[in-house]
Design a protein around this ligand. Sequence first.
Ligand code: FES
Length: 240
Amino acid sequence: MSDHLNIRLFRFNPEIDVEPRFEELQVPTFENMAILDVVMHIQNYLDRSLSFRFSCRVGMCGSCALYVNGRPRLACRTQVSALKTQNITIMPLPNLPIIRDLVVDMEPFFEKWKKIKPYYVSRKDIVDPVVVHPDSNEREFIDEMLDCIACGCCYGACSMAATNEEFLGPPALNRAYTLIADKRDAIRVERLKVVDKSYGVWRCHTQFNCSEVCPKNIVPTRSIQNLKKRCVLKKIGVFK
Ligand code: FES
């Protein structure tokens, strides 16, 4: 690895900038350096005013997603060495409004999340706690989908989210699927009505962009296809 990186960094402060700009910077490298270390170095030693988000640093909180060399990635889990170049362009996540520099407004993202009611609602006819064994078919079916950390990488990669503001997007639809697939949930049919819309599952063109970039290896496209199947089953009266 080279002893320095050539960084092209997106900057935008709406209080003083008329439009976004790029800054060219050099950052020294060290072993096991991640993209989060790069932006921290810039903030600590080159420009205190640089804005970005992070919290856990271990790929759990989902707050550090950035657009690095043309792809959404978690900054804390992206090793500089994995990019195999010393020229790195760092930008905010696409498809969301920019607040400042690398910080995007997650409000539209979570508004869509809210629409599908992202919490479990228990059926009134189930009195005792229902145990779902970790190795049961029901659990295995949605296992990987439950790992979503709502980082927004898939949303930033989605070309449908880029062109249609109303589209619910891969993360909300993936979350909806984990609940609709759960027979204990009391509002599965109601949830299905929310996603069975032109701005819901039918807007997805099955391009797999979301699945390609998910840092947790989830395949939201598969969840969306499964939701489409259930929408059709509901129309012919098989899904209840
Ligand atoms: Fe929490 Fe990167 S800082 S996922």
